[in-house]
Design a protein around this ligand. Structure first.
Ligand SMILES: [Cu+2]
Length: 198
């Protein structure tokens, strides 16, 4: 059993683990669930997560008092439910994310959206999933979750695709990194190529 084969086994294990971790289930509001009581900040809740295609958004609530309606951005802003895209009302609604973009949900019971029972699920494209949000203000987020710091954050260049090499731009990048590692290991083991790499 050569080293390259073992490295490939590790590589496959890592890929498998990444696949599992990519399909996460996010319960809206965490332990508090989906409610109008307690002024839960669902905006902050959503901002603390990184949603990906394949993840599940779970709304748990008492169906006697609440529901879940998917609406457009304009309706979301105005707490308007005149033309709802989707309605969920089981009290335990799992919604699988099928694409990137914004998904706006609110409670359709009168008054609940207005007191904050609304959530904007933003699903970034994978290339920008871990990109730092452009911050012009000097206020540091007090409740910011610990995350990877941006690679060599050049002031004034907040583009998502800067030409510098990002250490872990996404899980795809990590996979590519591991793949190249395996290739390098394979080359070192066999040493068939006298030219080698630059
Ligand atoms: Cu409600």
């Amino acid at each position: 059993m050569g080293f390259a084969q073992r490295a490939m086994c590790v590589f496959l294990l890592v890929v498998t683990a990444l696949d599992i971790s990519l399909a996460a289930v996010y319960k809206v509001g965490d332990s508090k669930g989906w409610t109008s009581i307690g002024q839960i900040n669902y905006t902050a809740w959503a901002a603390s997560k990184t949603f990906r295609v394949g993840d599940t958004i779970l709304f748990e609530y008492n169906k006697q008092f609440h529901n879940v309606m998917q609406v457009t951005h304009l309706e979301f802003q105005a707490c308007n439910v005149s033309s709802v895209i989707n309605t969920f009302s089981t009290g335990n609604d799992s919604i699988v994310i099928k694409r990137t973009g914004h998904f706006y949900y609110l409670c359709g019971i009168p008054g609940h959206c207005l007191v904050g029972q609304k959530v904007d699920i933003r699903v970034p494209k994978s290339s920008e999933a871990t990109a730092p949000s452009p911050s012009g203000s000097s206020t540091a987020s007090p409740a910011g979750s610990p995350s990877l710091s941006p690679p060599g954050a050049i002031a004034g260049a907040p583009g998502p695709s800067v030409k510098s090499s990002a250490p872990y731009p996404s899980s795809k990048g990590l996979v590519a990194l591991l793949l190249s590692l395996v290739v390098v290991l394979g080359n070192e083991t066999t040493q068939d190529d006298p030219d080698g790499l630059d």
